[in-house]
Design a protein around this ligand. Structure first.
Ligand code: EPU
Length: 421
């Protein structure tokens, strides 16, 4: 299994082009199931999760072709099986986003129930309850969600908790429902808006995406379309933190600065000079050590949970004491324990980590059990003295395209090595 070898101490300097957003590409690819004609999706990131979603579509009988620029052509006119099998869902929970579109278009879906996850229990009860309210009959049987509906019928849905993929599933299901669906307490993440924009190019009638009330007027059918996935705000934020922790100067290009307001505010608080253009963000730490920052995760537009671990890394070497409070997932602190092995001073009290910044970290072998935790260890490795080995790189390959090449282009001393074992 591959691992990353990082020799810390280099101030990053350079430019990084941001890829398409994983968490927009996955529901958009699932959304192609709704179309009666061929759909062409551009700016799809080359990631393991994307490959898994394409494999899932292929298993259903969907025709998928990919060109060398990762433009994906999907033809869902030939679906033969409305099934998301256990062996794929267990490798990627986001497979759950095929549930809504399959049910709406074909009247049936058998989707393996995702189990627990490294970062929390992550139930899907809100997805299921919402589809039932739209008229679906749903049974949990043999570990599968078995959903059936002759015709979904629009209604008013009030979500118990703000859920990103839950909102996406219900939004997709509602596009082909009879009449109007109103989704209250909807997630406002940019990826939800991107999905809604994509569905509209196929003929869906949606308004309010990006607010907490989304109104969908059902249509008879959706047609083929061409659409480009939005840039990945978490990838952009990750490179900015990598620049900041090293005291460096990094510019991310091909991004949407307005999606990163909460993250940029915290980077400014940490002492970075931030400049933004239409599609770029420039961060300069002027060779200085960052100040500690307090962060608290919450649904968009507040500070994203997917940036929590990276800011924890920043705080480990910052000047002062910073607190990190995680309110979305109950077990998203695994990286803190690994950072302690690099010499970080971290105390955990419930869902808050109190981090006293050290003048430096010292390298060690580390590993993590999820994507953002893994990348936070890479970031810590960029400043640790000596050679840090980050094991289980497959987590990174799920969500970061050419991470080590992009970091190396900014001067990082980082290398992927094959594990002999
Ligand atoms: N929740 C429920 N019931 C549900 C659904 C969610 O109780 O039916 C709870 C969850 O347990 C959690 C909270 O609601 O406590 C919010 O979870 P949400 O459903 O919003 O998470 P998700 O849709 O499963 C997406 C991203 C995650 C990101 C979260 C939060 C995708 C494919 N995944 O997950 O991304 O952390 O939203 O923003 O969009 C990542 O990219 O590394 C990642 C984990």
């Amino acid at each position: 299994m591959d691992k990353l070898q990082i020799r810390g101490g280099v101030q990053l300097e350079g430019e990084v082009r941001i890829s398409g957003a994983k968490n927009a590409a996955l529901p958009i690819l699932a959304g192609t199931l709704l179309a009666e004609g061929p759909v062409s999706i551009g700016n799809v990131p080359h990631l393991r999760d994307v490959t898994t979603m394409i494999e899932l579509l292929g298993r259903m009988g969907v025709g998928v072709t990919i060109d060398d620029k990762m433009r994906v052509e999907v033809d869902a006119s030939s679906v033969s099986e409305c099934v998301a099998p256990y062996e794929l869902v267990r490798t990627m929970r986001a497979s759950i986003v095929v549930l809504g579109p399959l049910l709406a278009r074909f009247g049936r879906a058998d989707v393996s129930l995702p189990g627990g996850c490294a970062i929390g229990a992550r139930p899907v009860n809100i997805h299921v309850a919402g589809l039932q309210a739209l008229g679906a009959e749903i049974h949990i049987e043999n570990g599968y969600i078995r959903a059936r509906a002759d015709k979904l019928v629009g209604t008013r849905l009030v979500l118990d908790t703000v859920t990103v993929t839950g909102t996406e599933n219900l939004l997709m299901a509602a596009t082909l429902a009879e009449g109007q669906t109103v989704i209250e307490n909807a997630a406002r993440e940019p990826e939800v808006v991107d999905l809604a924009d994509f569905l509209c190019t196929m003929g869906a009638r949606i308004r309010g995406a990006g607010t907490d009330t989304i109104v969908v007027d059902g249509v008879e059918r959706l047609q083929g379309a061409s659409y480009d996935v939005l840039p990945d705000r978490i990838e952009a934020g990750t490179f900015l933190v990598a620049g900041a922790i090293t005291g460096g100067h990094v510019r991310v290009k091909g991004t949407r600065p307005e999606h990163l307001d909460a993250v940029l505010a915290k980077l400014r608080e940490a002492g970075a000079t931030i400049q933004v253009g239409d599609s770029w963000i420039d961060l300069n730490m002027h060779g200085r050590r960052p100040h500690s920052v307090d962060i608290r995760t919450a649904p968009h537009p507040a500070f994203p949970t997917d940036m929590q671990a990276q800011f924890a890394a920043l705080n480990t070497i910052a000047d002062g004491v910073g607190t990190v409070t995680e309110t979305i997932f109950e077990n998203r602190f695994m990286h803190m324990l690994e950072m302690r092995r690099l010499g970080a001073d971290i105390r955990i009290e419930g869902n808050t980590a109190i981090i006293r910044g050290m003048p430096n970290l010292t390298a060690a072998p580390v590993m993590a059990t999820d994507l953002r935790a893994s990348v936070s260890l890479v970031i810590a490795g960029l400043v640790a003295q000596g050679e840090t080995i980050v094991n289980r790189v497959y987590h990174l390959d799920r969500g970061y395209e050419r991470l080590e090449a992009k970091l190396a282009a900014c001067g990082a001393d980082i290398e992927r090595v094959k594990d002999a074992a």
